[in-house]
Design a protein around this ligand. Structure first.
Ligand code: FAD
Length: 415
């Protein structure tokens, strides 16, 4: 395969699709190269036993200002605008109301310290109360939010996200992954199963070597995850070392999901939620019968997500055990394995989402810089405050597309 294109996009996740949409709107016809067999990256909707499961992103966070909300509305996708049940514990099971209030208060006070008196170390764990009664609960929540333990979280980064995000979290009954996959314009060309192995710059553009041939382009937009960028899957010129170094300061945390199907008469109610064990930092967050489906979605973060390293069965057993402890042993026979993720084990992704290491929130801006008007960077990790989301990824794709388009337009007009 030898093709000469103006705009090449590496990676067809939310950022790659966002970049492609913008370039197409500007009249260009980009080529997307995607290593895996499908479009979407960390946006993946899978249909299992008739259930619509979002293995990666599922929530339209900051929904009223989320670009995917507008894209969904325009394309005629239904949007469920109900409030999420996250903050609630069904029937106070295993988490008496007084404890729940105390834990929520401890989380709130931790956040206030992060925002108002940030520790000089920029390390989020340094704002925790020594031996605080609810430190395990804070760790569990931080694990869902950031994918890592608080000692690996930059305070500046965490606060930037929190201040920019809003409380409206909506859902797409057809699946977030479905929306992303169906949003690539016809003007764009997608090549799946095409992994970029090497990138070289030349006077007028870039040469990209893949497992399926070489592509010459005038500009390339790289949207691969920070773990891929910082690793050795794509060989790059030494001049791009500062970008790779920035990516290494924004490693992906661990976030995984386990889905169980509810069969028969079990005491699970629609749109309810439980935390498995608020005193265990590795506990799961269980969303029960989301949108009324007979499914339980277990979300695991940081060290809690490591159980999936042992395989899907270990994840199912963990989730089932936590639920049995709360709901009683008889519910065990009503729970059947449906699906489990292992994003950390995928060489083309490598984890959940990026989190800046303490002292390195500015690495996001470094990574977002263009290189010589030919290499542009997008992807959730390059967002200043919407990182770790699909809308953040989308918006960085738009930003990189605008930069690349302006650069080529400038090249042409200055000839
Ligand atoms: C469990 C989980 C739950 C989440 N929940 C939410 C949520 O509710 N709401 C939300 O907004 N966000 C959520 N996210 C985060 C969101 O999914 C991501 O931030 C977003 O999808 C990232 O998009 P991206 O385009 O930056 O990267 P990616 O989706 O990783 O896209 C990069 C693409 O590059 C491809 N690629 C890699 N290497 C190569 C190569 N060498 N050559 C060519 N292609 C390559 C990859 O296969 C991939 O398709 C969640 C993520 C996870 C894992």
């Amino acid at each position: 395969m030898t093709r000469d294109v103006d705009f090449l996009i590496v990676g067809a996740g939310a950022a790659g699709v966002g970049a492609a949409r913008r370039l197409c709107a500007l009249g260009a016809s980009p080529l997307l190269l995607e290593a895996s067999e499908r479009i979407g990256g960390r946006a993946e909707t899978r249909h299992v036993n008739g259930h619509v499961l979002d293995l990666g992103c599922g929530w339209l966070h900051s929904a009223a200002r989320n670009a995917w909300t507008t894209i969904a509305e325009t394309a005629g996708f239904a949007i469920d605008r109900r409030m999420s049940a996250w903050g609630r514990q069904f029937r106070n099971l295993g988490f008496p109301q007084a404890d729940h209030a105390a834990a929520a208060d401890a989380m709130e006070r931790w956040y206030e310290r992060l925002a108002d008196v940030p520790p000089p170390s920029d390390r989020a764990s340094d704002a925790m109360e020594p031996n605080g009664a609810w430190n395990a609960f804070i760790e569990a929540l931080a694990g869902y939010i950031s994918g890592v333990r608080p000692d690996r979280i930059s305070v500046e980064d965490y606060v930037a996200y929190d201040e920019a995000s809003t409380d409206d979290n909506w859902r797409l009954p057809a699946g977030y992954g479905t929306l992303v996959a169906e949003s690539l314009p016809a003007r764009a060309t997608l090549r799946t199963n095409t992994a970029v192995r090497r990138l070289e710059t030349e006077r007028d553009g870039v040469v990209v070597v893949t497992n399926a041939g070489t592509v010459r382009a005038r500009a390339v937009i790289l949207t691969v995850s920070t773990d891929v960028l910082a690793g050795d899957a794509i060989a790059m010129p030494a001049a791009l070392d500062p970008w790779r170094a920035a990516a290494a300061l924004l490693p992906l945390g661990r976030n995984e999901k386990v889905f169980l199907e509810i069969v028969g008469g079990a005491p699970f109610e629609d749109e309810t939620h439980v935390t498995g064990d608020p005193r265990n930092p590795s506990t799961g967050s269980y969303y029960i019968r989301p949108l009324g489906a007979p499914v339980i979605e277990c979300f695991l973060g940081a060290d809690g997500a490591r159980v999936l390293d042992e395989g899907a069965d270990a994840g199912f057993a963990f989730a089932r055990d936590e639920l049995v402890r709360l709901f009683g042993s008889e519910v065990g026979r009503h729970l059947r394995p449906l699906a489990a993720t292992h994003w950390s084990g995928l060489p083309t992704i490598g984890g959940g989402y990026s989190c800046a290491l303490p002292g390195h929130a500015s690495a996001r801006a470094t990574l977002a810089q263009p290189f010589e008007g030919r290499v542009f960077f997008a992807g959730e990790a390059t967002s200043h405050s919407d990182f770790s989301t699909a809308h953040g990824a989308h918006d960085t794709g738009v930003r990189a597309a605008d930069e690349a388009f302006a650069s080529l337009t400038h090249d042409r007009s200055s000839r």
